[in-house]
Design a protein around this ligand. Structure first.
Ligand code: URA
Length: 205
């Protein structure tokens, strides 16, 4: 299984991939995490959204984007007229990386090695779903999908081609909105995210 090309493995289907990913040991992040948070959504979705990694709530629930960043994303999807149920939602890294601080678990950014290790699963999700467009939510997803870092401010809203031809629309991560202290700045960022998702919709029609 591990050495077969993505198209061969992807033919096994998403339920098999999810099952295999549950016992993934490709990097050490599985150990402190509760569980693998695999992607969710229809196998025939035309739109795929890729985030960074599960957060605290996703780690406990086993599903992507169910916490605060998921709420921001849900609002932006609704504003763009996109049905969340029709979208395949996943993350560049499938385990929650955190540092314990008292009773809290503080999010830590996955490093390049972890992103590359987990790229294996993302490649198989791409091969299984074959979306017409992928939205990269933030720097980690951009790195995983395009293989390089990009200044988001300069490229957001643009559709770029990955080495394998996958079309990738660049935008910021929804949790960026939550880190902006002023309400006006937050509102502006929410609107920008919704506008980028509207662009994604237009690309699909
Ligand atoms: N942030 C992400 O990138 N993904 C999630 O699933 C939740 C928060």
């Amino acid at each position: 299984f591990a050495d077969a090309p993505p198209t061969v493995i992807a033919a096994a289907g998403l339920p098999t991939l999810r099952h295999e990913a549950a016992s993934c040991r490709r990097c050490p992040l599985w150990q402190p995490a509760t569980q693998t948070v695999f992607g969710a959504g229809p196998a025939d979705a035309t739109l795929m959204l890729v985030g960074e990694q599960p957060g605290d709530q996703e780690d406990l629930a086993g599903r992507p984007f169910v916490g605060p960043a998921g709420q921001v994303l849900d609002e932006a999807l609704a504003a763009a007229g996109i049905d969340r149920q029709a979208v395949y939602l996943t993350n560049a890294v499938k385990h929650f990386k955190f540092a314990p601080r008292g009773k809290r678990r503080i999010h830590q950014r996955p490093d390049a090695g972890e992103v590359m290790a987990c790229r294996w699963w993302l490649a198989h999700e791409l091969a299984a779903v074959r979306p017409r467009l992928v939205v990269a939510l933030g720097a980690t997803a951009i790195h995983a999908l395009l293989g390089r870092a990009l200044p988001i401010g300069r490229h957001r809203g643009q559709v770029l081609a990955a080495a394998d031809g996958t079309r990738v629309l660049v935008t910021a991560h929804p949790s960026y909105t939550l880190r902006i202290p002023e309400p006006e700045g937050q509102a502006r960022e929410r609107a920008l995210l919704a506008a980028d998702l509207k662009t994604a919709m237009r690309e699909l029609t």
